[in-house]
Design a protein around this ligand. Structure first.
Ligand code: TRP
Length: 344
């Protein structure tokens, strides 16, 4: 069984355990602040995060600023991107009283964990990581030391707060496995400090972009959370469909039409086939207006809350989150140094 099927098979038992004993768990999850968040992020990961918080599981969210430069030379518009990520997480319902939101760069004790952790993995293991390989190929440039080792840095993200649950997309599962291995090896070598974290695969299926490919800002097929209702209607109107009047759900043959059906369906809580029947022979024009209305109605409350969150509030949340993350990281680093005999 591959690690995805193994994790998927474990989900019902894990979800039951979370519901029964929320206080036994701690969630660590994160975002790479390379751009603005879109509808796919909201449905796929952020709302899931909010549900887990509601269940009473303590949650940490890392805005992974050092991960921005794993595959590029520039930090980009990092200040605006960090603020945007936090604003959308708060607008979606993350409560800063219960959830710690922080950035890598503000927590030196977390970053220091990468030193002992690097000693616990081999070069061959680093090179075998399928996600790193795919990202290196996509970056189309020499593999940087940071790209090669970032799964170990991500293990520090997870283990600094003794995270037990890591909600991730499929592509990040190999990194959870790295964190498990590092926890196990550290505990064997120096005595037990870390729990072995488990990946939590989101219950929501991945929403395709408007052209049927993966939703991504770089493909220009994304509905950003920061768009106005008019901008949203405009990108939906520009989406490429086909000229068949009868609307049917057929992702293979009709990727554009089917992506619009998927989008409307998740926003309306219906199935894409039901939506197709509703539009019937109304053609792409009718489908697009239905999809635009569905998305705009769904996002209206998010956008309203987003507009109420100003930059000063985001800065306050981040300052408090960074402070709390540093306390937690300093405690863990002390335990690590003691376990390694370095408490001089
Ligand atoms: N690599 C994750 C992504 O690309 C972001 C991330 C950083 C993360 N640190 C993490 C996810 C720790 C889970 C746990 O989206």
């Amino acid at each position: 069984m591959d690690s995805f099927s193994a994790t998927a098979a474990r989900m019902p038992a894990l979800r039951a355990d979370i519901a029964a004993h929320p206080a036994r768990h701690r969630i660590l999850t994160g975002e790479r602040p390379t751009g603005r968040l879109h509808l796919g992020h909201l449905l796929g990961t952020i709302l899931e995060r909010v549900r887990l918080q509601q269940e009473g599981v303590e949650t940490f969210v890392v805005v992974a600023d050092y991960q921005v430069i794993t595959d590029r030379d520039s930090m980009g518009d990092i200040g605006a991107n960090v603020h945007g990520v936090i604003r959308d997480n708060l607008a979606a319902g993350l409560d800063p009283e219960r959830t710690t939101i922080f950035t890598h760069s503000a927590v030196p004790e977390l970053n220091q964990l990468i030193l002992p952790f690097l000693s616990l993995v081999s070069e061959a293991e680093l090179h075998r990581n399928p996600t790193v390989k795919a990202e290196a190929a996509a970056a189309g440039r020499a593999l940087s030391g940071l790209l090669l080792t970032y799964p170990v840095h991500q293990a520090a993200d997870i283990l600094f707060c003794k995270g037990t649950l890591v909600p991730v997309g499929k592509d990040n599962l190999p990194h959870v496995e790295v964190a498990r291995q590092i926890a196990r090896r550290f505990n064997e070598r120096y005595g037990v400090v870390f729990p072995e974290p488990e990946g939590l695969i989101t219950a929501a299926p991945e929403l395709p972009g408007l052209d049927g490919r993966k939703m991504s800002k770089s493909y220009g097929n994304a509905i950003s959370l920061g768009m106005t209702a008019d901008e949203t209607a405009a990108v939906i109107r520009r989406a490429r469909t086909d000229s068949e009047r009868q609307i049917t759900y057929d992702p293979e043959r009709r990727p554009g039409v089917s992506a619009l059906l998927d989008t409307a369906a998740v926003c309306l809580g219906a199935s894409p086939v039901e939506i197709a029947e509703e539009v019937g022979d109304g053609g792409s024009g009718a489908l697009k207006s239905l999809a635009a209305d569905a998305v705009n109605d769904f996002l209206a409350p998010h956008r309203e809350r987003r507009a109420e969150i100003d930059s000063a509030m985001v800065s306050d949340v981040l300052r408090a989150g960074n402070e709390r993350a540093r306390q937690v990281a300093a405690t863990t680093l002390d335990e690590v140094r003691s376990a390694m005999g370095m408490a001089y």
